[in-house]
Ligand binder design. Sequence first.
Ligand SMILES: Nc1ncnc2c1ncn2[C@@H]1O[C@H](COP(=O)(O)OP(=O)(O)OP(=O)(O)O)[C@@H](O)[C@H]1O
Ligand SMILES: [Mg+2]
Length: 336
Amino acid sequence: MVDVLRIKDLIVEYTTQRGTARAVDRVSLTLGENRTLGLAGESGCGKSTLGRSLMKLVPYPGKIVSGDIILNIDHDITWKKGTIKKGDVSILELNDDQLRMIRGSEIAYIFQDPMTSLNPMLSIGKHFIQIQQAHDPTIEDEQALERAKEVLESLGILAERVDDYPHQFSGGMRQRVMIGLGLVLRPRLLIADEPTTSLDVIVEAQILEEMAELKEKFNLTMILITHNLGVLAQTADDVAIMYTGRLAELAPTEALFENPQHPYTEALLQSVPDVTKPDKKLAWIPGAPPDLVNPPDGCMFNPRCPFAMDICKQEEPPLIQSDTGGLVACHLYGRS
Ligand SMILES: Nc1ncnc2c1ncn2[C@@H]1O[C@H](COP(=O)(O)OP(=O)(O)OP(=O)(O)O)[C@@H](O)[C@H]1O
Ligand SMILES: [Mg+2]
């Protein structure tokens, strides 16, 4: 199996007047072709920052400090000003022109909030035209619209609606449009950032099913970012749990749900409602994630962890192999 993506020791920081917050802290990951990696963790733990780094699109004042992001490209990409040869490409070394050729067509990103990501002044068709022409200025409007209609129909939206504006669509349809915009250039790697968070559970289930079908049809490798662990149980091959910018645990989905290793993973799972157990009291995690400008010493989860030992307050746990075929960063493991 080819590795479509390899992230090595990635560090991303936001520097503000208050100080520097390390939003992605030494993250390393490998993603094989056609796999879906779920990325979960509480709000502010760095999921979107990690996702956006992969396209070198960290918003100001964020900065990729160090590390490497290697994308595998399975064909030569040639345009007016040059060629990117197929094979492994280091995203952080690409210039703006090269990035423009990669964004959308090799790595696409479905942003978190469809209402603010779509331009209310532009028809849906115009959005599709712009994306395609930004990548290839020789594409005529008509040709781009035909492709837009095809993609919309594959998402259950009537082709004639290309002339409508974002406000004329329901929340679920807007999200489908966002997915369509992500897919229109046939990317190899799709990063979907909370693609269903603002939707009701029925539309959410429909969209997730459609995404699974599209994944097959478009031969996609995916990173699915979500708060909703239930969504990952159905869709992801592997799940990475982030806490304060670090990987707390990474494991094959089934192993992670059946035998969570990190106390944080366990706590997140305990807080998922279970319809088959209506009497079960939902657990919550006491406290809140720490301020990233002034993080605690040792394991960053130690102030909230029911198993915290002395060492947890002093030393940061390394990420080590777990017994369930994954990785875990916790002092409960790896000591004899
Ligand atoms: N524009 C910004 N300026 C300063 N700090 C920021 C900015 N954006 C993010 N951060 C910092 O980076 C951290 C991670 O933010 P990020 O948006 O990546 O989290 P997330 O896991 O995607 O959260 P959510 O689940 O709410 O979308 C935040 O806790 C914050 O400290
Ligand atoms: Mg986010």
